[in-house]
Design a protein around this ligand. Structure first.
Ligand code: NAP
Length: 473
């Protein structure tokens, strides 16, 4: 029950522990070490001392270690999924799907470890470049501080640990306080590999203490953070000149054109709006549907939503369970109330039943209601009517965020226009904004953050490009 954190290949105890509660049953499932500032600094020191040993590993060795991690996840698929389900109340079928993606993420990292290359520079193309021979190399940057959220406790950690190892860096990982068990399980797996001890470290505790120590340390050369915009902005203000990757939230939007096959689209929309209780950074939050198909879409969408199976996360048929914390459910409820006061209608859900916030569809939502203009991070989706594609594009762009957006259309020019005009990091044509595979470049604009994830892209951010010029005379 009492867990330890992991530094230099050793399991460590501390003085303070916090109870970890199951979001679903509210029972205590573990006691988690709350590391002190000094203990975090000690972990950073170890990662700093090990950085040269790690940088000396060959691409072949780094790829083999990542292959081994992949294999260990394949062997421990069920156990890893059960841990996610226990600590995050993620229905088990989605927790298994997360582990399948985690396996792919480490596999991609292993493959990318072998493809880290620089480029030749045509030095003699410049007037003063004669007889020079130039090229770039990508070098590891040293200690990476990784701070991760609760909603994908294994795969979003993999998006930081995989590329950090591929690039030859060392890591201190601070997982979300609600989901430390997945990170500690990863440490158990990594401990079985040839990765030198001290390269990968997990320190548990509060964002304020552990996160802050990582962000402010001079020995940490890059912070890779996935989490809320508010915390991301705070990190940016205190990180000084270190490299930063900030993967933040959004209020993702979707446009549905006329003349589309609703029967194909609606199940995807239900999935996009409600999977993981809407606690996904690219969850479908705002749907703008053309007049001609609006009523039919709403009818099909609410019918399918009302069929979602609500229950215990362990149950294989469950599709919706409790949100991460009762306070979060109360917040979601208050946002729905505000929307209704401002003129919205509730088509489905809008209440908490047996401790679970029900999947909620709202219509006629004002752009200034919180459920529209802020990140809702709950199983709530709005469906508003539009009379032109321009209106839909303008509505989606009327946002502080810009992670991904989607459009369903059969008109090639409309699709092309949307791809150019939507102010987001990724446009999904004939897909929901929630679509993601792990090797694609992924990251937002505006308050959705800076930097791209997707193994190749993260590796680039986790290395320094060094230029070498030879004078051949
Ligand atoms: P969060 O509250 O921002 O927490 C994220 C991490 O930051 C946790 O480990 C947290 O630790 C830590 N933290 C908190 N305060 C800190 C501080 N002052 N300094 C340094 N670290 C600190 O986010 P969350 O609720 O776990 O996750 C939900 C958010 O993540 C949503 O906004 C979602 O959109 C975003 N997200 C984005 C992506 C993406 O790829 N763009 C993917 C998934 C999620 P504690 O848990 O100890 O507070």
């Amino acid at each position: 029950m009492k867990k330890q954190y992991y530094v230099n290949g050793e399991w460590k105890s501390t003085t303070e522990y916090a109870d970890l509660l199951s979001p679903h049953t509210k029972e205590v499932i573990a006691q988690i070490p709350q590391a002190t500032h000094e203990e975090v600094e000690a972990a950073i020191d170890i990662a700093h001392e090990t950085r040269k040993q790690m940088a000396a590993l060959t691409a072949y060795e780094r790829a083999n270690i990542l292959e081994h991690i992949t294999q260990l996840f394949i062997e421990n698929r069920k156990k890893a999924a059960e841990i996610i389900s226990l600590e995050a109340a993620k229905p088990i079928k989605y927790a298994l799907a997360e582990i399948d993606r985690t396996i792919e993420t480490y596999k991609f990292a292993a493959e990318e470890a072998k493809r880290i290359t620089g480029e030749m520079i045509p030095m003699d193309a410049a007037k003063n470049g004669a007889n020079r021979f130039g090229y770039t190399i990508e070098q590891p940057i040293g200690v990476i501080g990784a701070i991760t959220p609760f909603n994908f406790p294994q795969n979003l950690v993999a998006h930081k640990v995989g590329p950090a190892i591929a690039a030859g860096n060392t890591i201190v990982l601070k997982p979300a306080s609600q989901t430390p068990l997945s990170a500690l399980f990863l440490a158990e797996l990594i401990d079985q590999t040839e990765l030198p001890k001290g390269v990968f470290n997990v320190v548990t505790g509060s964002g304020k203490t552990v996160g802050d120590a990582l962000v402010k340390s001079d020995k940490v050369k890059m912070i890779t953070f996935t989490g809320s915009p508010a915390v991301g902005k705070g990190i940016r203000d205190s990180a000084g000149l270190k490299k930063l990757a900030l993967e933040l939230g959004s209020n993702s939007g979707l446009i549905i054109d006329k003349n589309v096959d609703l029967a194909q689209i609606v199940p995807k929309c239900v999935m996009g709006a409600f999977s993981n209780q809407g606690q996904i950074c690219i969850s479908l939050q705002r749907t703008y549907v053309m007049d001609e198909v609006y009523e039919e879409f709403l009818e099909q969408f609410s019918t399918l939503t009302n069929k979602l199976v609500i229950g215990h996360p362990d149950d294989e048929s469950t599709e919706i369970s409790a949100m991460i914390h009762p306070d979060e459910q109360e917040r979601a409820l208050s946002w729905v109330k505000e929307a209704v006061e401002q003129g919205s209608n509730i088509v489905s859900g809008g209440t908490i039943e047996k401790g679970i916030f029900l999947p909620t569809i709202l219509t006629n939502v004002s752009a200034t209601s919180k459920v529209s203009c802020q990140e809702v991070f709950a199983p709530i989706v709005l469906v508003n009517r539009i009379s032109s594609i321009d209106e839909g594009i303008a509505a989606i762009n009327d946002s502080d965020f810009g992670l991904q957006a989607g459009i369903f259309t059969n008109d090639i020019l409309t699709a092309f226009k949307a791809s150019k005009e939507l102010e987001v990091g990724g446009v999904m044509i004939n897909d929901i904004p929630t679509y993601r595979v792990d090797q694609m470049p992924y990251g937002g604009v505006k308050d959705s953050g800076t930097g791209k994830e997707g193994l190749k892209y993260t590796i680039h951010e986790m290395t320094e490009t060094k230029l070498v010029v030879w004078n051949q005379q």
